[in-house]
Design a protein around this ligand. Structure first.
Ligand SMILES: Nc1nc2c(ncn2[C@@H]2O[C@H](COP(=O)(O)OP(=O)(O)OP(=O)(O)O)[C@@H](O)[C@H]2O)c(=O)[nH]1
Length: 344
């Protein structure tokens, strides 16, 4: 499964940006010509630059992934053009109507946090611009200001609610696909994605493959529910003990941790310390103080090795640790580490 399919937010923003560029680029080109012929040179020039930028963005997006700054630049430019056009024209021409589109665009392109900031700023500046316009009839001015404010705030509110719930569903969907529902650790899919895509510099990367020893006995003695809670607590303990590592559940009672260390010795000490921590930690679940141990196989990244090959190497060491008595750490091309002294 391709994990990029789960990143609906990026896909949506890219689509919106392309269509925005097409639409606003063409509209801007038209108005640019109109303004230049009418003698409004600065606005005409701004609009022409904006059209060229839109063209460039469409070309760039057809070949590359969307970058967040592109969304920000587009929103800033559209906001500046709309506000400037409002500033230099009379309200009777109705240019302020364009400002109603801004909250929708800002939320769609940049999300809630930036959306709230941009929408608030536009409202503030737009209000100042409209208040600065003198009209012979103050009642008309007031009516217009109130209507503008109410319409703008209602569009802003709807955009905020829509983007909030869209982002939440997208996050939930991603979590459903990538996280183990029991322990909250990543699953195999997210491990692959992390290793292949997110982990840019793989040198000094180590994979710990951990398996709980005699876990069946815990299930048999205390029940499956207690067993589930033990798995959850183990995942939490792994996350806390190896804070900078990424924890994945790769089998029933099997976890993998991907972590980078400065040296092989450092990695081995960390694995040994982890084994010792689990051995010494009693898990208090439903009134039972459960003690258990883990076996760990360690493998490191070699130039151009795939995740699969590291995994197989770690699995071999784990198998050795199990075969030779459990509650042990073994590493590829290293001797058993039980004797290594762990610094306090
Ligand atoms: N509670 C619970 N148990 C699980 C889960 N997934 C797998 N198991 C149990 O984990 C146990 C694994 O048993 P075995 O493969 O015999 O391994 P073990 O008892 O840990 O023994 P060794 O690995 O050889 O030390 C089985 O009893 C499975 O039912 C789960 O999600 N929850």
């Amino acid at each position: 499964m391709d994990i990029t399919a789960l990143n609906s937010t990026k896909a949506l923003r890219k689509h919106v940006l392309v269509w925005m560029c097409l639409f606003f680029g063409s509209v801007s080109l038209f108005f640019s010509a109109l303004n230049v012929f009418s003698g409004v040179y600065l606005l005409g020039f701004l609009e022409l630059c904006f059209s060229i930028y839109c063209l460039y963005t469409i070309h760039h997006l057809s070949k590359h992934a969307l970058r967040f700054w592109q969304s920000v630049v587009m929103c800033v430019l559209v906001c500046i053009i709309v506000l400037y056009a409002n500033y230099i024209s009379e309200p009777k021409y109705g240019l302020f109507v364009w400002s109603f589109a801004l909250p929708v665009l800002c939320y769609l392109l940049m999300g809630k946090r930036y959306g709230i900031f941009f929408s608030g700023t536009v409202l503030f500046i737009q209000s100042l611009i409209l208040l600065s316009k003198s009209s012979p009839d103050p009642i008309v001015n007031l009516n217009m200001a109130i209507n503008l404010l109410l319409a703008y705030v209602s569009i802003w509110t709807v955009s905020h609610i829509f983007e909030g719930s869209r982002a939440l569903s997208s996050k939930r969907l991603k979590n459903l696909a990538l996280l183990d529902p029991l322990t909250g650790a990543g699953n195999r899919l997210s491990m692959n994605h992390y290793f292949e895509v997110e982990l840019v510099d793989k040198t000094n990367t180590y994979l710990f493959l951990l398996d709980l020893d005699y876990f069946k006995q815990i299930n048999d003695k205390f029940g499956h529910d207690v067993g589930d809670k033990v798995l959850t607590e183990i995942a939490t303990l792994l996350r806390i003990t190896l804070a900078k590592g990424y924890v994945f559940r790769v089998g029933g009672e099997e976890f993998a941790v991907i972590h980078s260390f400065n040296s092989k010795d450092e990695a081995l000490f960390a694995a040994e310390k982890l084994r010792e921590t689990v051995e010494k930690t009693p898990f208090n679940i439903e009134g039972h103080a459960i003690k258990l141990t883990i076996s760990i196989g360690v493998a490191d990244y070699q130039a151009n090795s795939s995740l699969e090959s590291i995994f197989i190497a770690a699995d071999k060491q784990l198998y050795k640790a199990k075969r030779l008595g459990r509650n042990k750490v073994y590493a590829s091309s290293k001797e058993q580490l039980k004797q290594i002294e762990v610094p306090a």
